[in-house]
Unconditional design. Sequence first.
Length: 230
Amino acid sequence: MALIEFRGVSKTYRLGEVSVAALKTISFQINQGEFVALSGPSGSGKSTLCNLIGAVDRPNTGVVCINQKDLNQLSDDTLSEHRNRSIGFIFQNFNLINVLTALENVMLPLQLRAIGTKEAQQQAQQLLESLRLSQHIHHRPDQLSGGQRQRVAIARALVTRPPIIVADEPTANLDTENSDRILDMMEHYNQAWGTTFILSTHDPRLLKRVSRNIHLRDGAIVDDCSTSAN
């Protein structure tokens, strides 16, 4: 069974008096453990697709199923619970909380699950250390480089071990060394934990590393192919 399934999904946004079709009746499936890129130029619908997979938006038409659950049929409270337990979201601008340290940012998803402070701290610290951030766990985001902040954001998404990680332009504005390091980390957790990764990108470096590329243009899927990576 598919972990993620889109059936005839469309999404339209209103910009003043104008309607913009971000996605146009798309259908596809993603299985557990896949390492997938959503590629295409700006405005092709990649971020909208990420938001629908990440359950932070709803389609106008069609069905989005995660683990055979139709997200349209879930109440707001149930959808929020699903999102907290099943989805890890890595945002392009990191979305770290500036007044919290790196450690506290990563602890937060665990504390929202009522995990005790000591256990949350231990789990968060272990993950940050595995991402080579042991010297920076008490630094706030404004004291970190872009690559370091991205690794903190990845740790925060991974710390609850969700089955799905959605990353919107995870290598944007990063140099080659940091991009390769971050992709190495993602590949490791994809293979070690079986985590499904969906990565929105137009970065050719990332496209060489995925096992599948779903290419969008003007809100439609124009190509969906396996690659030789992995």
